[in-house]
Design a binder for this molecule. Structure first.
Ligand code: UGA
Length: 437
């Protein structure tokens, strides 16, 4: 099919390349001309494993192109995917829908032929219904333009695999015609046996936020257990392993540590609470406030532990902060717990040096006063304390004896519980994990 992907951020760029990979003719559209020219030259504007190769491969087939013209998109597409961002509003916990609304308002008057508009952005329940009405009212093709809501569940770092081999496809639609289009679009995935759930708009919108709320709750649950473990001398990593063997609980998303960040889980649970408030069911989601609070408490805990490790004084002490991205294999620093901690340490007077294999540039843009180093060794040099804040493989692979020769004091806080405590202690290090004795 001839499809367009409107918005080429972490979601849209990957979606466009993957749709071209499975045989569609794809036009990626973005209002940012620099992004368009980078993508057209096969250069992803962010780091996502495998995306550079996939872009080169699909651009070479001629099935993938990029443009900044919505008029061209409207002319070209039989199906238009909306992949623009819905960040947290700057004035409240609610989602900021301005980009979704602008995309629909700009596209609709240009839709003169029958087509399908497919929303993938994460939106508050009720949005799709409003957008469907807006589309019908302002598209010259009127009722011939149908809206489908098709939430995405990809994880950064695994975005290509999650798009090409999703664990489910969910669509919200008002008509059987919408189901048929989506079946055609995702034919290879459906042929491979991917579960396909077709429902109404509201359920599809809610599936997305419910899934993220559940994942956030699972992480905060294990982090709450970590707090109890810390008070009792128990080990949360063993506790997680033991409860994870129960199939009903499962071992995934039970890694205790610095907690969740990124452009999705934090803002999605807040937007969900805000929407519940508007719907007068805020009590149903009050527990998410606690989930958020437990999560943010982990960041403060990291700063407290640093202070304890440095005998009560952070001012003037050199701290090597390892990691800036919100998780490994990504250069995304949106709501990054790592950078939050680094900035808080700096505010208390510590001499902070941050190293990240991929996210230094993005980190320096958001936190211009933090010092970023080009190499791991530069960050470690003469450090009074090391803090592992993102579990990159480069940090997991550190040799405690080699690192011991570079730092000033052998003290390390493993805020992601990604190192082997025994190995580090045997090499003479003062090791502190999160929720571990
Ligand atoms: C998340 C969801 O996992 C995706 O399913 C969803 O599609 C996506 O949000 C979205 O809404 O677009 P993502 O933000 O890429 O994906 O990252 P996750 O792998 O979910 O990790 C989120 C955060 O939780 C990270 O900061 C990670 O370090 C943290 N985390 C994860 C833990 O602290 N412990 C865990 O056990 C797992």
């Amino acid at each position: 099919m001839k499809i367009t992907v409107i918005g080429t951020g972490y979601l849209g760029a990957v979606h466009a390349a993957c749709m071209a990979r499975i045989g569609h003719e794809v036009l990626g559209v973005d209002s940012n001309p620099d992004r368009v020219s980078a993508l057209a030259a096969g250069k992803p504007p962010f780091f996502e494993p495998g995306l550079d190769d996939l872009l080169s491969e699909t651009l070479a087939t001629g099935r993938l192109r990029f443009s900044s013209s919505l008029a061209e998109a409207a002319e070209f597409g039989e199906a238009h995917f909306l992949c623009v961002g819905t960040p947290q509003s700057t004035t409240s916990n609610a989602a900021d829908l301005r980009y979704v609304k602008a995309a629909v308002s700009d596209l609709a008057p240009r839709l003169t032929r029958p087509c399908t508009v497919i929303g993938k952005s994460t939106v508050p329940v009720g949005t799709a219904q409003q957008l469907a009405e807006r589309l019908r009212a302002s598209a010259p093709a009127g009722d011939q333009v149908q809206l489908v809501w098709n939430p995405e569940f990809l994880r950064e770092g695994f975005a290509i695999a999650d798009t090409l081999e999703p664990d489910r496809i969910v669509i919200g639609t008002e008509s059987p015609a919408g189901i048929a289009v989506m079946r055609e679009l995702y034919e290879p995935m459906l042929a491979a046996g991917t579960p396909f759930i077709s429902t109404d708009f509201a359920t599809a919108e809610l599936v997305k936020v419910a899934a993220n709320a559940f994942l956030a709750t699972k992480i905060s649950f294990i982090n709450a257990m970590a707090e109890v473990c810390e008070a009792t001398g128990a080990d949360v990593t063993q506790l997680a392993e033991a409860i994870g063997h129960d199939d009903r609980i499962g071992s995934k998303f039970l890694r205790a540590g610095l907690g969740f960040g990124g452009g999705c889980l934090p803002k999605d649970i807040r937007a969900f609470m805000a929407r519940a408030g508007e719907l007068r069911v805020d009590q149903a989601l009050t527990f998410l406030r606690e989930v958020d609070e437990i999560n943010l408490r982990r960041r403060r805990h990291a700063v407290d532990l640093a202070r304890i490790c440095l005998d009560g004084h952070l001012a003037g002490r050199r701290i090597a902060c390892l990691g800036a991205a919100f998780k490994p294999n990504s250069d995304d620093v949106r709501d990054s717990p790592a950078l939050d901690v680094a900035a808080a340490l700096q505010v208390e007077g510590a001499n902070v040096r941050v190293y990240d294999p991929k996210a230094a540039e993005a980190g320096a843009r958001d936190y211009p006063t933090l010092g970023f180093t080009a190499t791991l060794d530069e960050a470690l040099e003469q450090a009074d304390l090391i803090m592992v804040l993102t579990e990159w493989e480069e940090f997991r692979a550190m040799d405690p004896t080699d690192v011991g020769r570079i730092v000033k004091r052998p003290a390390i806080i493993d805020a992601r519980n990604c190192l082997d405590p025994q190995l580090w202690r045997e090499a003479g290090w003062h090791y502190r994990g999160f929720g571990r004795p």
